[in-house]
Design a protein around this ligand. Sequence first.
Ligand SMILES: [Zn+2]
Length: 342
Amino acid sequence: MTTAYITDARVQVHTLAGHIENAERLAAVQQRIANEPIYEQLLKLTPEPISDAHILSVHTQEYLNLLKWTEQQNGVQLGADTYALPESLSAARLACGMALRAVDAICSGEAENALVAVRPPGHHAVPDMAMGFCLLANVAIAARYAQAQYGVQRILIVDYDVHHGNGTQEIFYEDGSVYFCSTHQSPWYPGTGLLQETGAGKGKGTTLNLPLPAGVGDSGFKRLYAEVLWPAARRFRPHLMIVSAGFDAHWRDPLGGLQLTLSGYAHLSRELIRMAAELCDGKIIFVQEGGYDHEALSCGMLNVAYALLGLETVYDPIGAAPRSEPSIEDLIRRAKAIHQLD
Ligand SMILES: [Zn+2]
């Protein structure tokens, strides 16, 4: 089994001192993985920056024009929380290029699965706007690329970041060829991702939101995957899976209130890898999203690398969550009813 590992320090020019989404996040991940013996086993690949055409596969021309304008400015805010420096669009093109390089590796048979260590993240970027530290919709552009370049028909995107992947949802809301499942804290930023948001038109039924009360941890997530995601994935029968791998649902993350542990995250990642093995010849790509406790983020990514390589190792130096978990019995019942999963 070959696992591709794609990262690139050139994206680190996009960083703002004092902002929580800064270069130290990716540096922590890269340092953690590169210092492990398994680093030698990973197939290291180099990305290319994406073109305007790739950006326009999900974003509007007006938004691309705005991003190009930021290259001439001296640092601007796009919305309340997202910064753009003169170097940011170039960095974001390369960041998204990492996800496309992973698609190339999987679809050409160069690798069976892939891990993309990347920033800025992408799942909040909507067609016409930057949002939530995200400039380009990395995972969505990669999914469109897999379809256009390799004829991949059905793609399952699973998002376990603590925040709802509103950008991904919006892009594929009326597209039945991409199934989007997000587990996220609710109510929480960005406010979308209700259970009742299930897609529209040809995409009716292919958006699966699991909004979670604060405190849901390992055992709750385990049940959601077993009782809701698994049957939904089996019914959809994807040809490729892409994971929006955010680690801010870890209990120690400063931006989230869910209670996952590193061991809990490792279980979810392994379930997704098992799902890909059963449904799509093991074709799965993990793309880094949020995660603001650098130890939880970097260890979480390392555990994905172990799992993708088929190793049993789970590294959890942080340990158990401090609080008990609320019941999600009712959520599971309603999700199964709305999505007809019984
Ligand atoms: Zn997040």
